[in-house]
Design a protein around this ligand. Sequence first.
Ligand SMILES: *Cc1c(COP(=O)(O)O)cnc(C)c1O
Length: 440
Amino acid sequence: MKNAREYHKEVFDLMQKHHDWFQSCIPLIASENIPSLAVREALISDFGNRYAEGWPGERIYAGCTYIDQVELMCMDLAKKLYEAEFVDVRPISGVVANLVVYAAFAEPGDLMLALSIPSGGHISTGKKRLGGTAGAIRGLDVEYLPLNEKELNIDVDETIKRTDAFVKEGKIPKLVMFGGSVLPFPHPIKELEEYFHNLETTIVFDAAHVAGLIAGKKFQDPLSEGADVMTVSTHKTMPGPQHGMVVSWEKYADKIKRATFPGLVSNHHLHNVAGVVIALAEMLEFGEEYASQIVRNSKALGQALYERGLNVLAENKGFTESHVLLIDITKHGDGGTLEEQLEKANIILNRNLLPWDIREGRHFMHPGGIRLGTSEVTRLGMKENDMNDIADFIKRIILDKETPETVIKDITEFRKDFQNVHYCFEKATEAYSYIKLVNQ
Ligand SMILES: *Cc1c(COP(=O)(O)O)cnc(C)c1O
């Protein structure tokens, strides 16, 4: 058993080791990113020790003079970037933002249509039987939107057919949830907007993954296409701290506000709200350039991996229109084992169910796919050419079965040129530097 001082010391050792490790990794997790040092400074400010509750100007707590100004700026910036009338920046994560929407727009027992997890949906939109937030926590009755497996997109005709059948049984969907965790192509909101609005179904877009691409005007614009409300995670393609937002129209403001507070948050992580302001300002200044480079990189990485013999899905459509790629690796092993081997070589990505995996008897621990995203490597300054190097490293592990040790050496060398955060205002930008306040 360690004594208190040993625990105290060891946690710092472990955090520093993590930072050192990430300086020589290739970070390809599609839901992750690296924030600027400016954002990280916000996270260690005193804002993180305070309470506010309620709306700026109508707080439950004293001491919010400056916090209120920051939160108002956050809302202004988000409204500007998303051309929206109303933004609630208090949900502390994407899951909480989705819960806010369920609470504001639906009652337990109501029907929601959403993608299944193998089709690219997320646990927060999942069925009760699977422990998903929508089903198990809010009590929604979740039915699946049909995926066209070749197109990796929602099938419009089949959606109408399936929904018509529910309507015939007297089950009118209260919510339809577009968006997801594997979202390579824009979802057909425009095509289905009139159909769902005729049923008085609230159209939601879960932009957790693509919020940065939307802010950079390089993906579909869900609100202008007919979505009533959009939920955001601020740390996936958006390079902010971990937080959430609900973006919508003025006519829904009151019910969203009430669902957030007193419904779902007490303190709302005010240091993160300050960090989000910084990330949104970065997006306003550099977002279009950043988002377009993310998409160029993911297309280039898809092409490079495909040329090296990997079955990157949706080749017929240029692999992706976002930051994300899905690869069927069943010829070379399973997603779980390969994820582990790649991690040993400092390539960090994750295993992923393919749309047909469950049907073919595969399990989430050992699925048929891996998922890659290019947000973080783009943030580190990588361009299309560098995607060829990454594809080579991945090939050496998956196809050539080289030992991780030999590949790590080359990755460490490759990474030396990419130690800084790009698309931010600061000059001092070392990406994974450990910010030390205390001498042990
Ligand atoms: C990541 C994700 C979320 C959850 O976001 P958190 O900020 O991690 O809570 C919600 N929906 C989708 C589609 C996601 O991919």
